[in-house]
Design a protein around this ligand. Structure first.
Ligand SMILES: [Zn+2]
Length: 109
């Protein structure tokens, strides 16, 4: 079974209107999400891709190991597709710990 999220936001520009990825400011994004249910295991996984709508450049997911796992997020070998294991929320629960880390540019100032 495969279901894809409907696309939202502004439509992508026509290919002739696209900016050069090298000079594009990357200020508009499109997320494509495919949610898959593996019938034999009952596990769910969301496959997520992000592209710039101005130049169509794909974005990499950083800090995630490559491969395919069902107990932790992973990325495709080219890092442009995030595989996120998911499950129905069922009962509400909260993580016992949460971290926040500022980007390097903010730490230097
Ligand atoms: Zn761009």
């Amino acid at each position: 079974m495969r279901a894809e999220e409907p696309m939202r936001g502004t439509p992508d520009p026509e290919p002739t209107d696209r900016q050069d990825p090298a000079t594009c400011p990357h200020q508009g994004f499109r997320a494509d999400v495919a949610v898959n249910c593996l019938q034999d295991t009952g596990k769910f996984i969301a496959d997520i891709r992000i592209r710039c709508v101005q130049c169509d450049e794909a974005f990499r997911f950083l800090g995630v190991p490559a491969g395919l796992r069902f107990d932790a997020p992973s990325v495709s070998i080219d890092e442009v597709e995030l595989h996120a294991p998911i499950e129905p929320e069922g009962m509400k629960k909260l993580q016992t710990r949460a971290l926040f880390q500022a980007p390097e540019q903010l730490k230097a100032n």
